[in-house]
Design a protein around this ligand. Structure first.
Ligand SMILES: [Zn+2]
Length: 444
């Protein structure tokens, strides 16, 4: 296409004279998209699978589901209390009051007996309500609650042991099966760890936190494969530093904490403006509640696209089932809005969003030209068995190329040529740490 005399001028003086070495950059997000969105779902409630998964599949959009494995039929690892025999702890409480040293063993035990064994004496006990004492380190107040609960257990005369979970009348758990989950995984959805029983972990000791996340991981690994053991969300969106140490050491990716130095994190309860961050990557978590308007939800997408943000959406209930449910109508409208912006928005699972950013910031790129061929290699320093996502690269090419052919190993394809600011370039997905990429001038 001939433009004006200016193009001759720019060709001579403004464009980098070819002969200059070609350059390659790895794009911030896959396919050169402006931003990334990950759709995440907590608690494995039924309508997420009956309603959301079909809506996502119709639009070819992947989701990430944090599942409670103790609720899934056929899980080998059942809810349990990890520690000394239960009656030993209860009897000991008669002579030893609750202190900082024994508090978490006792709160772990009470939580187990209340949430799994449904012990009637503990019907008004709540591990979550102890959170404020634990946060303040107020073991005197915590001790009063715990000692009173243990006194009730001693007084009941019952003998408590670890055993099968009791079902309450009207129990809302439903028969989600691993076969069903495997089907969703094969459709491209990610599954993540949300523990065996969904406990409030700041009130658990290390042995019970480890049981909850490692035993659920065993079932997930066995049923779905190691790929689905990448991401974890400790229940209730907690940010307790003691729990963080235990959980973050066992998973490459946590949704409770943003652990990458190069990434700023704005979690669900963070009211700061994510566009003020100066870090290269920003993860912005937003969790729509029942009262959140569709316009507000759309605004998160717009802001993310405008600022290159990784928007991580956190959904819970759907159509009356689960915490803070959204309506099917709003979910459908929101998915349509996200899909309509796909030209600027990479819709990725939670693990893929993290993997892409980590691979990119840990990559080294080299580009060299030999005649009508440009060779590009991209290597990253991460474990290539885990970090196996392609990256999108952009390489400048001589202005007189009309066709460009991409080759990496067996893969060969023609690339569209883009022109911008006097440069010609091609953009392509490639595998880092693989065979060298060659971009060749096509005969025309
Ligand atoms: Zn949850």
């Amino acid at each position: 296409m001939t433009k004006s005399g200016l193009s001759v001028f720019s060709l001579l003086f403004l464009t980098p004279a070819w002969g200059q070495e070609p350059r390659t950059e790895i794009m911030k997000w896959q396919d050169g998209k402006s931003a990334c969105v990950s759709l995440t779902y907590d608690d494995s409630t039924i309508n997420q699978f009956r309603i959301d998964v079909p809506l996502l599949n119709e639009r070819s959009m992947p989701g990430t589901f944090f599942i409670i494995t103790g609720d899934i039929q056929g899980s080998r690892n059942q809810p349990a209390f990890a520690g000394r025999p239960i009656m030993t702890i209860i009897r000991e409480s008669e002579r030893v009051p609750t202190t900082k040293e024994n508090a978490l063993e006792r709160t772990s035990l009470l939580n187990y007996l209340q949430t799994v064994q449904l012990v009637p004496e503990l019907s008004d006990f709540s591990a979550q309500r102890l959170g404020r004492f634990l946060q303040r380190g107020d073991y005197a107040e915590l001790g009063k609650v715990v000692d009173a609960a243990l006194a009730k257990l001693r007084k009941s005369g019952a003998s408590y042991t670890v055993g099968p979970r009791k079902s309450a009348v009207g129990d809302k758990r439903y028969p989600l099966t691993w076969d069903e989950i495997r089907r969703y995984a094969a459709q491209g959805h990610e599954f993540g760890n949300h523990s065996v029983t969904h406990p409030f972990m700041p009130a658990l000791d290390e042995a019970n936190i480890v049981y909850e996340i490692e035993k659920s991981n065993e079932d997930i690994r066995e049923q779905l494969g190691v790929k689905h053991t990448f991401s974890v969300e400790a229940p209730y969106g907690i940010d307790d530093p003691r729990v963080r140490t235990i959980v973050a050491a066992r998973f490459p990716l946590t949704r409770n904490w943003v652990t990458d130095d190069f990434m700023d994190g704005f979690l669900r309860d963070d009211r700061r403006d994510p566009t003020t961050s100066t870090r290269e990557y920003v993860q912005w978590q937003r969790g729509p509640l029942s009262r959140t308007t569709l316009d507000a939800m759309k605004g998160w997408v717009d802001t993310s696209i405008g600022h290159g943000i990784w928007l991580v959406l956190v959904f819970h209930g759907v159509e009356g089932i689960g915490w803070e449910p959204l309506t099917t109508e709003n979910m459908r409208a929101y998915y349509d809005y996200i899909k309509a912006h796909e030209g600027q928005l990479w819709i990725a699972t939670f693990q893929d969003g993290a993997k892409y950013a980590r691979e990119r910031v840990n990559s080294k790129v080299s580009t060299s030209r030999s005649g009508d061929a440009i060779a590009v290699t991209v290597t990253h320093s991460l474990d290539a068995h885990v970090y196996d996502l392609p990256l999108t690269a952009r390489t400048t090419i001589p202005a007189d190329w009309r066709l460009a052919r991409f080759r990496q190993g067996e893969e060969v394809r023609w690339l569209p040529i883009y022109r911008e600011g006097g440069n010609s370039f091609v953009m392509y997905r490639m595998m880092p740490n693989g065979k060298a990429v060659t971009i060749e001038k096509g005969a025309n």
